[in-house]
Design a protein around this ligand. Structure first.
Ligand code: ZN
Length: 389
């Protein structure tokens, strides 16, 4: 297994900043040590960030984009990584990480907590606060996941599923944007990552909520495409949404002036998938609306809802509540519903939906195998559907 992982990783040219074998012990993120005292007795040792290995705590562009991003390394993330490193040198407390998402822990965490809370409080407006919050989350995740997670599939290297994921070309008339909450970045059970694993980062593009560089790339593309070519799949029943059929059938009430029969790349349909927990998604949607106002002069982003919803996922659902909150499932549902419309029936969208389904099965198997290997009940997953989405 280890040999396979290394071979696969090398074949894809991943950049590891740490010797692989340091992490060959059964480190896990699911039930982390929560404090210094626990960590000394835990069977899950904290991970230490040996960022000296890459020279002064620098995150290179190659490392940043290796995780799936298309943006330049965000300036604020870079600054926070530098600040963390400086704090480590100054206080002589070594950075260590553990827990879901690679949270800071131990003595360093106590010191850093004080410092970042003070910085946060001193920031005036909520936009700046969000940017700082997002950049700090991401900086910690980047450092905590280094050498531990596979950059492509975001699973622990010992669980790497990359060799089992089959790439597929998405029809050029569709582009997905994974609008991801920083807390979902580098989460092993995130499903949004599957979309660019399958379709590539140009067809399914990551945009991190609160990261200025990412949001600029997405909104530049939306401004170029025009408002009639951008939709948000927002699974909130309170939002005003249109069905796929209402939106895309010729003669439908939507887009009367610009009925979307897509034949060339300039008329790409852009779909925003909100990739965050239920409780975070409202703030993310509100930010989209604010940015829509500065782009188009009206605080409105067209929303569409899926009529098939969870039913398309039936064969994949060992648990009844794994449905629309699952980002990959939303993409599958959308492609499947578009396929049913005559205008879209010749682009192979059904096969493209199936490719994501296959990847989702692979992810589910990898997560289940991990759980079993660690001697945990897989039924826990049935009760906590958020574990997989
Ligand atoms: Zn992998």
């Amino acid at each position: 297994m280890l040999a396979t992982t290394i071979t696969t990783s090398r074949a894809f040219g991943f950049k590891f900043s740490l010797p692989f074998l340091i992490f060959s012990t059964k480190t896990h993120m699911d039930s982390p040590p929560r404090n210094l005292f626990m960590s000394s007795v835990s069977r899950s040792p904290p991970r230490e960030a040996h960022i000296e290995d890459t020279g002064d705590g620098i995150i290179s562009l190659q490392e940043w984009q290796g995780w799936g991003s298309v943006s330049p390394l965000p300036a604020m993330v870079n600054q926070i990584v530098g600040d963390l490193k400086a704090l480590e040198t100054k206080t002589d407390a070594q950075m260590s990480f553990g827990g879901i998402g690679g949270k800071l822990q131990g003595d360093f965490k106590v010191r850093e907590d004080k410092k970042h809370r003070a910085t946060y409080q001193a920031l005036g407006d909520s936009g700046k606060k969000l940017q700082f919050f997002a950049a700090r989350q991401i900086a910690c995740r980047l450092l905590g996941s280094r050498g531990y997670l596979c950059q492509k599939c975001w699973l622990a290297m010992e669980d790497c599923m990359c060799s089992k994921v089959k790439p597929c070309t998405l029809w050029h008339g569709v582009r997905f944007w994974l609008y991801m909450h920083p807390k979902d970045f580098l989460r092993q059970n995130n499903t949004g990552k599957l979309l660019w694993q399958v379709f590539g980062v140009q067809s399914a593009t990551l945009c991190l909520f609160g990261i200025a560089e990412d949001e600029k790339i997405m909104w530049d593309a939306f401004k170029h495409a025009g408002k009639s070519k951008v939709w948000c799949l927002y699974p909130n029943k309170n939002a005003v949404t249109m069905s796929v059929q209402d939106t895309f059938s010729p003669g439908s009430s939507a887009n009367l002036e610009d009925t979307p029969v897509m034949t060339d790349g300039d008329k790409t349909l852009n779909f925003v998938l909100i990739d965050g927990t239920w409780s975070n998604s409202a703030a993310m949607f509100n930010r989209l609306k604010e940015q829509a106002e500065s782009a188009w002069g009206e605080e409105d982003i067209p929303c569409i809802s899926l009529s098939m919803g969870a039913s398309a996922m039936h064969k994949l659902r060992p648990q009844p509540s794994w449905d629309r909150t699952c980002t990959a499932a939303a993409a599958i549902g959308l492609l499947s519903e578009l396929q049913l419309l005559p205008e879209f029936s010749s682009y192979g969208l059904d096969e493209q939906a199936e490719a994501v389904e296959d990847a989702l099965v692979v992810l589910l198997e990898a997560l289940t195998a991990r759980r079993l290997r660690m001697g945990r009940s897989i039924t826990r997953k049935l009760r906590h559907n958020r574990d997989i989405c």
